[in-house]
Design a protein around this ligand. Structure first.
Ligand SMILES: Cc1ncc(COP(=O)(O)O)c(C=O)c1O
Length: 474
């Protein structure tokens, strides 16, 4: 049994302190059910206390049900719910996501420096309940960052700091539901998690088809919705970019029906063949609720994101955020503000873009070499791409790809009315060598006839010796 550190001023332990330590040990499973405790005289000798101290502690815990004392058989630990039989905490549902960033390159040292500085500079008042829209300093830094990197028109007073796009979509649901119009358009194929957030928030999702030019804006009118969530810079999961004429048509649709576009700008910082296309919000700030997060650039576990909201809706979004959780944690917000202000975000994105491009190119090259007849779809951007096999059921193919070590999901799972097959493959969190090995292993299993990956999908130009044209959207 562990010796106690809990001592009273004269250097000995009290019976209450001993009981408290033993109770904690039973609860956390250190003392397992059935364990026999030392006789009171022995433990008292070990601890240098009178026997009465141990007897009183044992009696108290026996009365509480943590210990069993039987004449002749000593004192043993009782079976306590949540005690020694407790299973390790496991997530209720594994979080499946093909767009995970690399975990082992998280800038721990820079983040730690920024956190230390944030802690040192936060005022006592900052540690109180803050503005539900977020720490002013972070909103100022985000305004600069989003304007510079994503061409978003984001004055600080229009920004609401949220815990990721997941919360942003939930707030969209809250505000729309309250407005009395609970229908919203979603891309098909599109994010399953997004649909779940919106539906749990009380909305009805209406699938709007996606083709090679992104969201079919012409389908919005007939659908009757007056709000739609869209991923213009890099459609999830197909990887296409919203065509320029559709960007204008989408904003026009919103103006015509007094509707709302919710822009999910989830991974737009990473584009490998050209400068990222600016956010749609920059073209139509009054018709767009813009959302983004650090989940792709840094780590999803940080749970930090932002919304940029048109002025007439600001009050509703601030209230929805307040009702959800009052505000985001101030230390994380202040740390991100430092991280942005010191240029750490820019440095990290620059570094990771080189690495992610290498991973994507390796994956595409391996597909060309080992998966004859398959094609690679999607713009050279983000942290995932879509592999199209020449045939076969994508559920079965995804299982084979996973068995070969590839983070692959069937495209059909992201479809509502659409009928699309393919493999959505995340490459952000796997080293290039692992990706190459996994594709070679999958190729080894493939029974398909020989062929080549279509030319539009060769690795992006700057990474190939030939300098051939870059991967573009289908
Ligand atoms: C389409 C899409 N949007 C947004 C996100 C980011 O969500 P969050 O910011 O809540 O982590 C993801 C994450 O994978 C995503 O796939």
């Amino acid at each position: 049994m562990p010796r106690s550190n809990a001592v009273v001023p004269d250097g000995t332990i009290s019976s209450d302190q001993l009981a408290s330590e033993l109770r904690a040990s039973v609860r956390n499973g250190t003392l397992r059910a059935g364990t026999r405790l030392p006789p009171s005289r022995t433990l008292a000798g070990d601890l240098g206390v009178s026997r009465g101290v141990v007897v009183r502690a044992y009696e108290l815990l026996a009365a509480e049900g943590y210990l069993l004392s039987r004449q002749g058989s000593g004192t043993t630990v009782a079976a306590v719910a949540g005690g020694s039989e407790r299973a390790p905490v496991a997530p209720a549902r594994p979080v499946s996501n093909p767009g995970l960033p690399s975990g082992d390159t998280f800038p721990r040292a820079a983040w730690a420096r920024c956190a230390a500085r944030a802690l040192a500079t936060l005022t006592d008042a900052d540690l109180g309940y803050g503005d539900p829209a977020g720490l002013p300093r972070l909103r100022e830094e985000l305004a600069r960052y989003l304007g510079r990197v994503r061409s978003v028109q984001a004055p600080p007073e229009r920004i609401v700091v949220v815990s990721g796009f997941a919360q942003a979509s939930r707030l969209v649901a809250d505000v729309l539901r309250a407005s009395g119009d609970p229908r919203i358009g979603v891309e098909d194929p599109g994010s399953v998690g997004l649909r779940e957030q919106l539906e749990t928030g009380g909305l009805t999702c209406v699938p709007i088809p996606v083709d090679a030019g992104g969201l079919r804006v012409d389908a919005l009118g007939p659908s009757g919705v007056r709000a739609v969530v869209v991923t213009p810079a890099h459609q999830f999961p197909t990887g296409v970019v919203l065509a320029p004429e559709r960007r204008h048509a989408l904003l026009q649709w919103a103006r015509d029906c007094d509707g709302l576009v919710v822009e999910d700008d989830y991974d737009a910082e990473f584009r490998y063949d050209r400068t990222p296309v600016g956010a749609l919000q920059g073209l139509g700030p009054d018709a767009v609720v813009y959302g983004g997060s650090v989940s792709k650039t840094l780590a999803p576990g940080l749970r930090l994101g932002w919304m940029v909201v048109p002025p007439p809706l600001l009050g509703a979004y601030r209230e929805a955020k307040y009702a959800a959780d009052l505000s985001c944690g101030v230390l994380d917000q202040a740390t991100l503000a430092e991280f942005l202000a010191r240029g750490e975000m820019d440095r990290h994105i620059r570094r990771m873009a080189v690495e992610y491009r290498r991973r994507r190119d390796t994956l595409a090259a391996a597909a060309a070499a080992h998966l004859p007849g398959w094609s690679v779809d999607g713009t050279a951007a983000g942290l995932h791409l879509v592999l199209h096999p020449p045939g076969g059921d994508d559920e079965a193919l995804a299982a084979r790809a996973q068995a070969a070590g590839l983070d692959a999901r069937p495209l059909s799972r992201y479809c509502v009315a659409a009928r699309r097959q393919g493999l959505v493959v995340g490459y952000g969190h796997q080293p290039a060598a692992d990706l190459a090995r996994a594709v070679a292993a999958l190729g080894g299993q493939a029974a398909a006839g020989r062929g080549t990956v279509s030319s539009r999908n060769r690795p992006s130009s700057r990474a190939t010796a030939s300098g051939s044209s870059s991967i573009e959207s289908t």
